[in-house]
Design a protein around this ligand. Structure first.
Ligand code: DAH
Length: 340
């Protein structure tokens, strides 16, 4: 009997269950109701009276050893997070948090902003809901100009006329009204036109407006700045071409084409076999606009330009449908990564 207790004590001391399951086996084998230690207690009544004291002591020693082992291993396993449902292993790596990616239009807008920032252009912003003065009148739009029609413009209210802006040129006016020349600024933003939606045009799109006003600013400054931009944005060998055009707020006005990035001037579907792709409108700010904004047109002159963001983005990434930009389909959006 005593030998049996000694054997069990050695056994208990030699064990170190290393999992929740093994610890449970240990408990069942020794200290549970039908475990070895409990069974030995039941045999206590059969022990000869003179042996009882020693037997009792040894048995208690065994019981204590088995229980201590059980509770200390239990605590150890819990601390490791292995045996309790609520235990947390603080050293485990965190759950990865899914991050999205920049919208392709934002990537390209940021790129445009950075290129102009390098040559000293600051950023200005204006409201998307604009009054007639800032969107049209101050910019020298004649009363009968088609942009003022319901077909082109989303009016929110009439008399006084309030619209969601049709271009970012309205920000030029706000900048000039608010400060004193020189101005050298660009204004990225969202614009709205009442147009049928197709693969090539949308009623919502983005523009970046540029404005440079100082003394003695010439058309040559405009041309050189735009050439710098085109070569930074596209490739070093990109050519530009300025075609005479008309805008109410510039005189003279021009439209700028860049040599086709797809066919390099050979002629393809993107450039409609001309070798050139139009990307912006520009010109020398009309003296009427300067005067409308409180600037002395005899002292100051300047240039302005405005470009869409969607078209260069489509050229850059080979996207053939403008509607994809506004559908927010993550399968489309996650294809464009850039440093955030
Ligand atoms: N606002 C014009 C448009 O939306 C673009 C534009 C053309 C802006 C010439 C200008 C400019 O600043 O000088 O079509």
């Amino acid at each position: 009997m005593l030998d049996n207790i000694k054997k069990l004590l050695d056994e208990v001391q030699a064990q170190s269950p290393d999992s929740k399951e093994k610890l449970e086996e240990f408990r069942l084998k020794y200290i549970a109701k039908k475990g070895a230690v409990t069974e030995l207690f039941k045999e206590f009544k059969n022990v000869a009276p003179e042996m009882r004291k020693e037997f009792g002591q040894k048995l208690n020693e065994l019981k204590k050893a088995a229980e201590e082992k059980f509770y200390s291993v239990k605590e150890e396993l819990e601390n490791q997070g292995g045996s309790s449902d609520i235990a947390i292993d603080l050293t485990a790596p965190g759950e990865p948090f899914p991050v999205g990616s920049r919208h392709p239009v934002s990537i390209v807008r940021n790129e445009i902003v950075e290129i102009f920032a390098k040559i000293g252009f600051t950023i200005s912003e204006g409201p998307e809901i604009e009054d007639d003065w800032h969107n049209f009148t101050a910019l020298n739009f004649p009363e009968e100009h088609p942009a003022r029609d319901m077909q082109d413009t989303f009016f929110i209210a009439k008399n006084p006329d309030i619209a969601i802006r049709t271009h970012t040129s309205s920000v030029q006016v706000r900048v000039m009204e608010a400060g004193k020349p020189p101005f050298r600024t660009i204004s990225p933003g969202r614009v709205f036109r009442n147009e049928a939606i197709s693969a090539r045009s949308h009623c919502i799109f983005h523009q970046v407006e540029g404005l440079y006003i100082d003394e003695n600013v010439s058309f040559a400054d405009l041309k050189q700045t735009l050439l710098y931009f085109a070569r930074e944005f596209f490739t070093e060998d990109t050519e530009i071409r300025l075609r005479p055009s008309y805008f109410p707020f510039t005189e003279p006005s021009a439209e700028m084409d860049v040599s086709c990035q797809i066919c390099k001037g050979e002629g393809c579907r993107v450039c409609k076999y001309t070798g050139w792709v139009e990307i912006l409108g520009c010109g020398m700010v009309d003296p009427n606009v300067l005067e409308n904004c409180g600037i002395d047109s005899k002292k100051c002159s300047g240039y302005a330009f405005g470009m869409g963001v969607e078209r260069p983005t489509m050229l850059k990434y080979g996207i053939n449908d403008i509607r994809l930009f506004f559908e927010n389909d993550v399968r489309f959006l996650k294809q464009f990564s850039s440093a955030l």
